[in-house]
Design a protein around this ligand. Structure first.
Ligand SMILES: [Zn+2]
Ligand SMILES: [Zn+2]
Length: 311
């Protein structure tokens, strides 16, 4: 974030803050802002840092979400799925609307974490290791990051399915029984923030190379789009694929994990995708869809406490 902040200040925010909050210092009777436009808010002023971070995360979030989801929607997503009985009218527009509105709230909540990084309170480090052990540690932080965040997200996501939290926070993301890639960031801002906490926390607990962290941050956002792409080509019993996450959206109380199936297996919430997801004919069969719609309705009814009869 410090690099992004420096570039943003240099090319945009220095002049914006100079206009919005001009400096009124004078040198030999000549107003300094007449000589060089400066702001009363210096670059290291905490309120300015926080406001700039909020703007950067919001605009960056919108840009990243819209570009990654648009690419996935047109290149990977199986559009046949839009004929599913649980696919909502105008769903893509609703998903985009929900995500675009969630990003500013989500960005505001993450400001303290990024502010801490800029101020040097995290364990992010610059430069490359100088010893074999240093290199080994740097490489090991990649699986460590994935395992740590997968565990964190599993438990946070699982508790978001507790009836009290589900109704208030997580339900907006489950409006999409048959999601498109645009559903990836379509959630309540607090829900999205809660599931992002492990990513931020990691670099306050474990030293990590700064650029590697940025790379992993981009990767996890791409992954979040990927598990909503409705493209079930990859089969795995270890990796939480888009087929696993499709099962989560259809049947609610299964497959809470993000990258791996490990915690779901350990926590008794694993449900392996079947030919219903993998077989081309079955996947787009009206009979399969009708059964899925019926099951999804009855399970959602149970989750919301208004049980519906399963025939
Ligand atoms: Zn969920
Ligand atoms: Zn989802």
């Amino acid at each position: 974030m410090d690099v992004a902040l420096e570039l943003a200040d240099e090319y945009l925010f220095d002049s914006i803050y100079a206009k919005l909050v001009p400096a009124h210092t004078s040198v030999n009777g000549t107003a300094l802002d007449d000589l060089v436009a400066t702001s009363a808010w210096a670059r290291d002023y905490d309120l300015r840092i926080c406001l700039t971070i909020m703007c950067l995360v919001t605009v960056g979030g919108w840009f990243f979400y819209l570009s990654a989801a648009t690419f996935s929607y047109f290149v990977l997503f199986d559009h046949e799925y839009m004929n599913h009985p649980k696919f909502l009218k105008n769903q893509v527009r609703l998903e985009i609307d929900c995500a675009v509105k969630a990003v500013p709230g989500f960005a505001s909540l993450t400001v303290p974490w990024f502010w801490g990084e800029v101020k040097g309170y995290s364990l992010l480090y610059e430069g490359l290791p100088t010893s074999v052990l240093g290199w080994a540690y740097m490489v090991a932080t990649v699986p460590l990051f994935l395992l740590f965040t997968d565990c964190g997200i599993y438990w946070i996501h699982r508790y978001l399915h507790h009836p009290l939290l589900y109704k208030r926070l997580h339900k907006p993301h489950h409006k999409w029984i048959v999601p498109t890639p645009f559903a990836s960031h379509a959630f309540h801002p607090l829900d999205g923030y809660a599931q992002s906490v492990p990513y931020h926390l990691f670099v306050y607990l474990f030293p990590m190379q700064k650029w590697l962290y940025i790379g992993m941050f981009i990767f996890v956002n791409i992954w979040t789009v990927m598990i909503h792409d409705g493209n079930f080509v990859s089969r795995s019993t270890i990796i939480n694929t888009s087929a696993h996450h499709a099962v989560h959206h259809l049947y609610f109380n299964f497959n809470y994990g993000q990258y791996f199936t490990f915690w779901d297996r350990l926590g008794g919430s694993h449900r392996e995708p079947t030919e219903e997801q993998y077989n081309d004919e079955l996947r787009n069969s009206k009979k399969t869809w009708a059964q899925q719609a019926q099951d999804a309705e009855s399970i959602e009814g149970e989750v919301l406490g208004n049980k519906k009869k399963i025939n």
